[in-house]
Design a protein around this ligand. Sequence first.
Ligand SMILES: [Zn+2]
Length: 126
Amino acid sequence: MAKTCTNCRLMVDEWNKTCGACGLHLVLEPDEVHQARYLRGPALGALLFTQGWTFGARLYLLAILSCIPVVGIPVLLVGLIFGRRLSWKYGGWQTWEAFQARMRFLDYLGAAWILMLFGAYFFFRT
Ligand SMILES: [Zn+2]
C-alpha cells in the first residue's frame, strides 16, 4: 500500500504530495490523485456516530476510546478529520474498493443513526 520516494527511497504515504524527508514533489498517477483527495476528505460518519464508525472502519482502539465520555470528543474530531487516512493505513483493507464501499456505508449509517436519534427524541417527547 505504501510507496517509496523516487529520490531518497523513504516510505511515504500515498496521500502525500511531497516527500517528508527530501521535499521531492511526488508525481501521482490519476488513480492516486483521486485516492489522495478521497483520503483527505472528512469522515462524516465519524462525526455522526463515532462508536459505530470507528468500529466499522476497523479502528478498534479508537472505538474503545470513543466509549470513554471525556476522550470521546477528541476521538470524534480525529475520526472526522483523519479517519479515512487512519482507516486506510491501519484497517488492513484488501482492496481500495472494499475500503471505499465501507466508508460510504458508514457515512449512511451515521446519517441513519442521527435520524433515528431525532426520531426517538420527538417520539418520546410527546
Ligand atoms: Zn524523498
